[in-house]
Design a protein around this ligand. Structure first.
Ligand code: FES
Length: 112
C-alpha cells in the first residue's frame, strides 16, 4: 500500500489517501466538505477536476473515458500519484445538460 497526498486547491485542505481506498473515504472521516450522494459512481455529485496527478477509477460509470482523464469521481477514484483536485467541478456534459434544460443560471453559476 502506498499513501499519496491529495490537496484540494483553493481550500488549504490536504489529506493522505492510500492507493487502496477511495478519495471520498478519508474526506468523510476527516470532515472535509466533499459533496457526495450515491457513492456508486453514477450521480457525479462528488466530482472534482484533476488539476495535477493521476487516479484510477474504472467504476466511475457516470463519466465518459475522455471526462475521466480530467475529472475524478471521488467516491470511486483511488490515487495513483500525489494529487491536486478542484472540488465541485463537473464535466462539460453536465453543464451542457443543464443548459439544454433551460437552466442557464446553473450553467453560468460556475464562472468565478
Ligand atoms: S457520490 Fe455519486 S458519483 Fe460519487
Amino acid at each position: 500500500m502506498t499513501e499519496y497526498t491529495v490537496e484540494f486547491v483553493g481550500t488549504g485542505e490536504t489529506i493522505e489517501v492510500a492507493d487502496t481506498e477511495t478519495i471520498l473515504k478519508p474526506c468523510i472521516e476527516e470532515g472535509i466538505a466533499q459533496e457526495y450522494s450515491c457513492r456508486v459512481g453514477m450521480c457525479l455529485a462528488c466530482s472534482a477536476e484533476i488539476v495535477e496527478g493521476e487516479v484510477t477509477q474504472p467504476a466511475a460509470r457516470g463519466l465518459t473515458d475522455e471526462e475521466a482523464e480530467n475529472y475524478a469521481l471521488t467516491c470511486m477514484a483511488r490515487p495513483q500519484s500525489d494529487l491536486k483536485l478542484d472540488r465541485g467541478k463537473y464535466p462539460p456534459s453536465i453543464e451542457d445538460a443543464a443548459a439544454a434544460d433551460g437552466d442557464a443560471a446553473g450553467a453560468a453559476a460556475d464562472d468565478d
